[in-house]
Write a protein that binds this ligand. Structure first.
Ligand code: ADP
Ligand code: MG
Length: 556
């Protein structure tokens, strides 16, 4: 495609705004241009946090002499021609604004050569004025150097933040491209320090950039395609490393983040977060990228559908289909790190047949919890069990909570909670905020099997209770918990929290003695849970002391 000026009518419809406010935004525009030009090798050089130099060199399509000159004019682009293109943009750029904007606030030098031209072209621009255009010898591709940024606009120069800050912002920009284009060779030289990123799988790039081993793949095909990697169940991070890409464009979108947390509901400890790198592939007609000057936001034409599919895609990865027990062969491979369950590295276990249904994660889970025999109860709190891999320690309360939580959630969703009528209705006197919370959540409580009436003042009458609640003492404890959870404003979370509290109330406590039969039954139920690894609040339900480690401790 050739560079040409956009017609004025189209120009007026482009979301206007400054695209080169700081070094990181310049770097972003330059890398995007290289990728749009089809480059698979990109060299980046930064000096003094971009104040002295920002340089990007690529092996893309390059430009002819005429195109090179035109590209520095406002609203000249090779990427869209007409109105209809405007609705199906598949390149990063389409506004023809970035290069001319950079050229007005720096000393810019461009070296470029297209495949068809025999010689390259060098163009030097200062404060937007072309100083020199001459032929040069160079290879196919484009190099752009932006020197002395804002040398002619001291006011904007003053707005630059500390070097550390600007460098961090550029590093972030580079990371996003490293992740979105793992097949591209990147070289980054920052103040003389060089880092090379050869073409790699996305998985390897993630491990390198974030030092995170606990990831699982997302690979979903519905109306849209969603791929990437997310945090493995049972593990989490203190910080939020969450990247969303739409057609490989990094974007920020509150709703996508909300969908991510929705998918991880009842799997994360408080104040912990899942890593996520998710790529949404969608037909360009289904999105609008022309809503923000730096295009960091997109609008989905069918937002609800996209969110629904995103949750589904993540859940499919988090809760893979169970492997049929008959097709699992025992785990014979080595397991790298067993010190915490979240770190299990499963390698590739063998399966006899039916690969489609097979899931290494679930298999390992099944394998660990299947048929292990409880040896003893430790501190009346942990069930100790033997497995060929090591000593399994199960937190009896966390495990039971998980089991009950899933059971109640299923029953509640199906409207099938059994209730029992009390022989004599109970009148309960509550603290004012407790009775308020009960009455506010009366519908939820009814669905949970409680028939409750306002008895006036601070008392309520209870006519039925769910079967699972057991003793009436449990109920008083439950009310205090509900009063607490009732303050949560997000309805889904509140419902979840309440069911969690019910599960917590009903679960065997730490310190409760358990019979061998009870321990056996609990292990079996945990094995059958959808997510046996964590309690509903994300604490681990079991850990393994690896046999290897035991032997090491005994110096065997
Ligand atoms: P846009 O990317 O929105 O089209 P830019 O100002 O970033 O606008 O670039 C203007 C034009 O210059 C592009 O449309 C493209 O044709 C050309 N161009 C810019 N950078 C490169 C590059 N690295 N390789 C080849 N062509 C480029
Ligand atoms: Mg561009």
């Amino acid at each position: 495609m050739k560079v040409r000026k956009l017609p004025p009518g189209l120009v007026s419809r482009i979301a206007a705004g400054e695209v080169v406010e700081r070094p990181a935004s310049i770097l972003k525009e330059l890398i995007e241009n290289s990728l749009d030009a089809g480059a698979d090798r990109i060299y980046i050089e930064i000096r003094k946090a971009g104040r002295v130099l920002i340089k990007v060199k690529d092996n893309g399509s390059g430009m002819s002499r005429e195109e090179a000159i035109l590209s520095l004019e406002r609203h000249a682009t090779s990427k869209i021609y007409s109105d209809s293109d405007f609705y199906s943009v598949s390149t990063f750029g389409f506004r023809g604004e970035a290069l001319p904007s950079m050229a007005t606030v720096s000393r810019l030098r461009m070296l470029t050569k297209s495949n068809e031209s025999s010689a390259g072209t060098e163009v030097r621009v200062e404060s937007g004025e072309v100083l020199e255009t001459k032929p040069v010898a160079c290879t196919t591709g484009t190099t752009i150097e932006v020197r002395e940024l804002f040398f002619n606009t001291p006011a904007r120069r003053k707005f630059l933040k500390s070097d550390a800050h600007e460098n961090a912002a550029m590093k972030e920009v580079i990371s996003r491209f490293l992740l979105a284009f793992p097949e591209v060779h990147f070289e980054v030289v920052t103040d003389g320090k060089k880092k090379v990123f050869p073409p790699e799988s996305l998985e390897v790039r993630i491990r390198e950039l974030f030092d995170e081993e606990n990831i699982i793949e997302v690979n979903y095909r519905g109306n849209i395609e969603i791929t990437g990697f997310i945090q493995k169940p049972g593990s989490s991070r203190a910080g939020r490393l969450q990247y969303f890409f739409v057609n490989r464009r990094f974007i920020k979108n509150r709703l996508l983040t909300a969908a991510l947390y929705e998918a991880y509901r009842a799997m994360l400890p408080k104040h912990r977060h899942p890593l996520a790198l998710l790529f949404i592939n969608i037909s360009p007609e289904e999105i609008d990228v022309n809503v923000h000057p730096t295009k960091i936001e997109v609008r989905f034409r069918q937002e609800k559908e996209v969110l629904k599919e995103l949750v589904e895609a993540i859940r499919k990865a988090l809760y893979p289909p169970r492997a049929d027990s008959k097709i699992i062969t025992p785990v014979t491979r080595t397991i790298e790190d067993f010190s915490s369950i979240g770190k299990i590295n499963t390698g590739k276990p063998e399966v006899n047949e039916d690969k489609a249904k097979y899931s290494p994660e679930k298999n390992l889970e099944d394998n660990i919890l299947r048929g292990i025999k409880p040896l003893a109860q430790l501190f009346n709190t942990y069930i100790l069990a033997e497995h060929s891999l090591g000593l399994v320690m199960i937190d009896q309360h966390a495990a039971h909570e998980r089991v009950l939580y899933e059971k109640f959630l299923k029953k509640y969703s199906a409207g099938k909670i059994e209730k029992q009528r009390l022989l004599k209705p109970e009148v309960i006197l509550l603290a004012p905020e407790e009775s308020a919370a009960m009455l506010e959540n009366i519908e939820f409580l009814e669905n949970m099997g409680f028939e409750i009436e306002d008895f006036g003042g601070e008392s309520i009458i209870i006519r039925t209770v769910p079967l699972f609640i057991g003793k009436m003492e449990n109920f008083k404890e439950f009310i205090a918990e509900i009063a607490d959870a009732g303050r949560i404003s997000d309805i889904n979370r509140r419902r979840d929290e309440m069911i969690y509290r019910v599960a917590c109330t009903g679960a065997v406590k730490a310190g409760d003695f358990m019979l061998e039969e009870e321990m056996k039954a609990l292990i079996e139920k945990l094995r059958r849970a959808d997510n046996p690894r964590t309690c509903p609040h994300g604490r681990p339900t079991y850990i393994i002391l690896e046999k290897r480690d035991i032997e090491r401790k005994f110096r065997r």
